[in-house]
Design a protein around this ligand. Structure first.
Ligand code: SAH
Length: 364
């Protein structure tokens, strides 16, 4: 049997757990529904399960229900950023964004990250640990509770490298998509990776209908290596080959993410190379003006440079969007809210707001 994190259990494991307690299979299914569909915050509420079973579950499988430890709401676009404290004191952040096509939650997959991308705040303190499936699911559920409506789209683009936490990621996706859970369509789930090539092949073979987003950020091995250590392990060619395989297996178009960093990868020759690299592929490029992180010192490309870059790519017949900067008035870049709190923990006392233009939600 699995561990004690009952919200990470598959339906079959939930049924098995209840069976071992002398219960019937239908009660195992009810338990799964209480956890993931009705999202009960206590066993007490699971009123169709026998009282004795509820107390035993309570004793053996403590229920994880996250509450925001901090929250920021953007006055500009309503983006909300939540910080959650996990039982072992680790902090994770999740972001809720409003889009035309529906609301979306961006969740973290690890506490910290060991990928070392040079522009990213999440990786500064290294990897602390993987998040369990239930810790990923609870971010989605807790954000839904906090905003007062269920979430329709989920992106795994917060702190961490999801393919470095592969098994838990898959459990998470399967439960999120389960008809007895939130039943979020696989097509409404996006997983972003820096490019762990063997895991991209594994994921492709799962034949899920989720969207794979690949962080490219450079159009030559040299440029990519300069920003992302993973590029020293897998060449651009190998990485794109893996993405082509993902498309062949799933029919899902790849999203290539390209963060534009002034003077590093935003020149006309970079756009040309990227255009040639992706020409003819059924893909989509998302340009992200780099979000400056104080420890990193990178600068955003100017708007006209971004526009030129986009136009050049379009000349190669590539579908391009520029990522709208959501919540630019709150700690925008991945991992910045978490980092600020970790720093504060290290040198208390301090106030968390840092004079930002935000409306704060009270601590619950
Ligand atoms: N580990 C995953 C998820 C990371 S965050 C990955 O690498 O894809 C999602 C995207 O934001 C990635 O493309 C990442 O490279 C990018 N990103 C991280 N920090 C950024 C910053 N400060 N500015 C712009 N993009 C950033």
């Amino acid at each position: 049997m699995t561990g004690k994190d009952i919200k990470s259990f598959s339906l079959e494991e939930a049924v098995q757990t209840v069976r071992e307690m002398g219960g019937k299979d239908f009660q195992g299914k009810q338990l799964f529904e209480w956890l993931h569909q009705k999202q009960a915050d206590s066993y007490e509420r699971m009123t169709n399960l026998p009282k004795s079973m509820r107390s035993r579950l309570e004793e053996e499988y403590p229920l994880l229900t996250l509450q925001p430890a901090d929250a920021q709401i953007s006055a500009l676009d309503g983006t909300r950023k939540y910080l959650f404290a996990l039982p072992d004191g680790q902090m994770v952040e999740s972001v809720w964004m409003r889009y035309r096509h529906g609301d979306s939650v961006c969740i973290s997959s690890q506490a910290g990250c060991r990928m070392g991308c040079r522009f990213c705040a999440s990786t500064i303190g290294g990897l602390v640990r993987n998040l369990s499936a239930q810790e990923m699911l609870e971010q989605v559920y807790a954000v839904g509770r906090a905003v007062g409506k269920p979430v329709s789209h989920v992106v795994v683009m917060g702190t961490g490298e999801p393919l470095d936490n592969y098994e838990n990621l898959l459990k998470f996706i399967r439960i999120l998509n389960h008809e007895r859970g939130m039943h979020i369509s696989q097509r409404n789930i996006t997983v972003s990776t820096c490019g762990i090539v063997p895991r991209i092949y594994d994921l492709a073979r799962e034949k899920l209908q989720i969207t794979l987003a690949l962080s490219l950020h450079g159009a030559t091995d040299e440029k990519r290596q300069n920003l992302m250590p993973i590029a020293k392990k897998h060449t651009l060619f190998e990485t794109l080959e893996a993405c082509d395989f993902y498309f062949e297996q799933t029919g899902r178009r790849i999203t290539y993410e390209y963060s534009l960093v002034q003077g590093e990868n935003d020149g006309p020759e970079d756009a040309e190379r990227l255009g040639k690299l992706l020409r003819g592929k059924n893909c989509h490029v998302n340009l992200i003006p780099v979000n400056p992180v104080k420890e990193r010192g990178f600068r955003q490309s100017e708007q006209k440079v971004v526009d030129k870059f986009k136009n050049k790519l379009e000349k190669y017949g590539i579908n391009v969007t520029i990522r709208r900067e959501m919540g630019r008035d709150i700690d925008g870049a991945c991992g910045q809210l978490r980092r600020r709190h970790m720093e504060m923990d290290a040198d208390r006392p301090g106030t968390p707001s840092g004079g930002k233009i935000t409306e704060r939600e009270k601590k619950r």
